[in-house]
Design a protein around this ligand. Structure first.
Ligand SMILES: Cc1nc2c(=O)[nH]c(=O)nc-2n(C[C@H](O)[C@H](O)[C@H](O)CO)c1C
Length: 191
């Protein structure tokens, strides 16, 4: 049984709140979203980054699954924790990707550490995964490799987000296999 509450409905069987945008949307769209529960993935990225990580994430997600996507772009990585928390609490996101590029300077690394702590705090406050995807500017040996890494790490974590949402058993099968996002996987240890 479904009961409307502002721009959300509550499935009384499961107790889950389903965000359906607004009742100003077409009745067909609302009905589709009520009948087929479509999860929402939040994408938070930054203008500081030198590659459009948000676009790469959305492209990878849309190539693989049918979901709702809410995107927000903030100036820098320290703005990601609250952006992600708002995506979860105000936009009904089931999981969020926090995408950013810490610069190469010492103050950027401190900034990245602070941003990570904020992201962890936001996860604990909301009890929701926020998958942090950071690529440090000096991880690539040149601009071409940096762009490659930012694209690939983002896409591989987008696939992890899909697994967390839809196929968590796939992650269990990958346990201990030394997965890395971006460069080559490290692989399992031989005993
Ligand atoms: C020092 C610094 N370094 C970075 C960085 O390496 N990467 C990044 O995305 N943003 C950086 N910022 C900006 C902050 O994250 C933030 O946007 C501002 O402090 C405004 O809240 C700052 C201030």
């Amino acid at each position: 049984m479904i009961e409307p509450e502002k721009d959300k409905v509550i499935d009384l069987d499961t107790g889950r709140t389903i965000s359906i945008g607004s009742f100003h949307e077409s009745p067909e769209k609302i009905l589709t979203e009520i009948l087929i529960y479509m999860p929402t993935i939040g994408i938070a990225d930054t203008t500081f980054a030198r590659y459009d990580m948000g676009r790469a994430a959305i492209d990878e997600i849309q190539k693989n699954v049918s979901v709702k996507i809410k995107r927000v772009t903030v100036p820098g990585i320290k703005d990601l924790p609250v952006a992600a928390k708002k995506l979860i609490e105000e936009e009904g996101c089931d999981i969020v990707m926090a995408l950013g590029m810490p610069g190469a300077k010492e103050q950027d690394k401190i900034c990245a550490h602070e941003a990570s702590q904020g992201i962890i705090m936001a996860q604990l406050m909301t009890n929701t995964h926020i998958i942090e995807v950071f690529v440090h500017e000096n991880e690539g040996k040149d601009e071409k490799e940096l762009a490659f890494l930012m694209d690939r790490r983002t896409r591989e974590h987008a696939l992890n987000v899909i697994k967390l949402l839809f196929k968590p058993e796939k992650l269990i099968r990958e346990a201990g296999t030394g997965q890395r996002q971006g460069f080559e996987d490290a692989g399992s240890l031989r005993s």
